[in-house]
Design a protein around this ligand. Structure first.
Ligand code: 13P
Length: 263
């Protein structure tokens, strides 16, 4: 059953695109990216551009996600955009991206509230987890992943967890051009799935999708997507280059074909 599952390629448009720039970029992307039944392509534009992009978007080709969302559905929270406000606009939302954790001091408690708010509003959350270089060198990778998974999935049911996505994004590989080795990614993915199994049971651990993120490009994507248990990629920098992003989608298509034994 796993072999038939679509591969998810998520593009986090993390640069500050204006509405005009985002619209021009989407146009280019629509011309370049080939639609493949076996690949789910999700774009994550910034919050200002979500609405205009959603009107321009070819829904047969792309789905949309938000880069963040606030955990209270309503109330006086100047400047925040709640999951309730996003619910009719997006399929997915990133939660706990390392830039939110490290630049905006978001802790596991906030990630947990955002996960619950996303699920409550019918949006599929993509929980981003990963260790810093210091933590990896200190041999703390598994402990960090364990803490982030336990906190992030707290108060969700096994069924809800099965519908979530986890993105393993080692902090040292984000935007640095330095990517994790497939063996490191493979070990992290296995560990994450085992933790989910331990906490929520076998069904949830089989159903949850696990992505890799960190300097993924059109040259290295195939080596990550071929890892057993890797359900896709969360792409930052390369998602803002049509040719690279289209190349990543094609790599996903080829990996899916080879999983099915098609030559
Ligand atoms: P890069 O692909 O630029 O390393 O960014 C990864 C990321 O943070 C995606 O969310």
């Amino acid at each position: 059953m796993r072999n038939n599952r679509k591969i998810m390629i998520a593009g986090n448009w993390k640069e500050h695109l204006t509405v005009g720039q985002a619209s021009i970029f989407l146009h280019g992307l629509e011309q370049t990216v080939q639609t493949r039944q076996s690949v789910e392509v999700v774009l994550f534009p910034n919050v200002l551009t979500l609405q205009p992009i959603s009107m321009q978007l070819d829904r047969r080709k792309f789905r949309m996600g938000a880069q963040d969302g606030f955990y209270e559905d309503a109330g006086a929270y100047t400047g925040e955009v709640s999951m309730a406000m996003l619910r009719d606009l997006v399929h997915y939302v990133l939660v706990g991206h390392s830039e939110r954790r490290h630049i905006f001091n978001e802790n596991d408690d906030i990630a947990s509230k955002k996960m619950q708010a996303a699920v409550r509003n019918g949006i599929m959350p993509v929980l981003c987890i990963g260790e810093t270089l210091q933590e990896r060198l200190a041999g703390e990778t598994n402990q960090i992943l364990h803490n982030q998974i336990t906190a992030g999935l707290r108060n969700l049911t096994a069924r809800e967890v099965g519908a979530c996505v986890i993105a393993y994004e080692p902090v040292w590989a984000i935007g640095t051009g330095e990517f994790a080795l497939p063996d490191q990614v493979s070990r992290a993915i296995d560990y994450i799935r085992k933790q989910v199994e331990h906490l929520f049971g076998e069904r949830a651990s089989e159903n949850i999708r696990i992505l890799y993120g960190g300097s993924v490009d059109d040259h290295n994507a195939g080596s990550f997507l071929s890892i057993a248990g890797c359900d896709g990629a969360l792409v930052g920098g390369a998602s803002l280059n049509y040719h690279k992003f289209a190349g990543i989608v094609e790599s996903a298509y080829r990996v899916h074909q080879s999983r099915l034994g098609v030559r």
